[in-house]
Design a protein around this ligand. Sequence first.
Ligand SMILES: [Zn+2]
Length: 150
Amino acid sequence: MSMKVFNLRCEHEHAFEGWFASGEAFESQSSSGLLECPVCGSSEVQRMPSAPRLNLAATTAPDKSTTQTADPPSGTDLQQMWLKMARYIRENTEDVGERFAEEARRMHYAEAPERAIRGETSREQARELAEEGIEVFAFPMPKGQGGPLQ
Ligand SMILES: [Zn+2]
């Protein structure tokens, strides 16, 4: 037989559990003054609102909701990605060095053929390009591999 567990509380705020065959059993025992607080012996016991727990002996299914989360990339992985990307940029862009801002501007105004370039700009030059609506992509190149890319 399954039992119902009610969370009960006496007039002195002592919380305890009571086991009953049904809600009616609780009501009759309570109204008859048969319920007593195990702490203070008070028969002023109230039922706390809670979901009844049923069939506590039933086996619980293993929790299959646990999901495996992928590990975030480690520092070594990021370093590898960075070096790989730097190599890709180096092999697929034309190094225009300090003429970068000038070349980017000429390409933007169709004065030079559109192509992928890399080079260096000062902070000031980068800001001017941005103000003219010329998008540049900043990428910190590894040392000795082409310098900073804009
Ligand atoms: Zn009590």
